[in-house]
Design a protein around this ligand. Sequence first.
Ligand code: NAD
Length: 261
Amino acid sequence: MELKGKVAVVTGASRGIGRAIARRLAREGALVCVNYRNDGEAANSAAAEIAAAGGEAFALQADVSSVAEIERFFESLDAVLTRRRGDRAFDILVNNAGISGHGTIATATEETFDRVFATNVKGPFFTTQHALPRLRDGGRIINVSSNLSRRPLPHAPAYCMTKAAINNFTESLAADLGRRGITVNTLSPGLTATDMNARLREDPRMTQLFSSLTALGRVGTVDEVAEAAVLLASPRASWVTGQYFEASGGLGLVLPGFGVN
Ligand code: NAD
């Protein structure tokens, strides 16, 4: 139990990668705050699943694309942690909440552009700003990015841009927080089976295409991404900061036509 006594906050943790990260951090002994935007039932079931496995978790609502909601979230978190642990401090922040964002350069609208940036960039930025006075020295910040931040596809340039911004955010934050012993890293999944891309994966040609571009020759699972998150959160990664860490099975390493899969 590498994280016994630690407290973690995972945004967007009612389902998908966030839920798997919450589950895995709790299995290492952390008390986990499962943040969710609107599916309270799913978030409570994530917390109950953790409790049934012998861990500790609670659900807390906030839309992290709004600074007012982030402020309210941390006030509620302060109250819960003070009640459960005697003070409001916590140790691990996982900025996971994200949306995919639609539209090519020809079809994207101002509304979709603003929404994806508000969720994927403004959200982690201001969540981190509010977390910092509460995060213990020696803590961990993990920013969930995407393989598409480095290998953008034309189907959704705005989404790819948000994730490139996150990679950059990780580096400036790591430089700023090193003096406090806080590490900041980017965790970058490749195509991972979640609700976010269920429609894409319904088309067997798309699954086949992504698998053929991936060194390990398949789509990843949320548990595989969560395993990488635990590694970054653990004391084993104490000397790793400001890094781009990809858990993608090697998506993009295989050139089209040169695949061996
Ligand atoms: P998902 O849609 O299953 O889960 C995302 C979660 O974030 C949902 O629970 C959603 O409600 C929550 N969320 C969205 N906006 C929010 C907001 N404003 N406030 C609070 N919560 C909010 O998607 P996922 O695949 O689990 O994605 C998790 C992260 O991984 C995202 O940042 C995504 O960009 C990234 N990612 C996913 C993949 C993939 O293939 N699934 C690949 C690369 C990166």
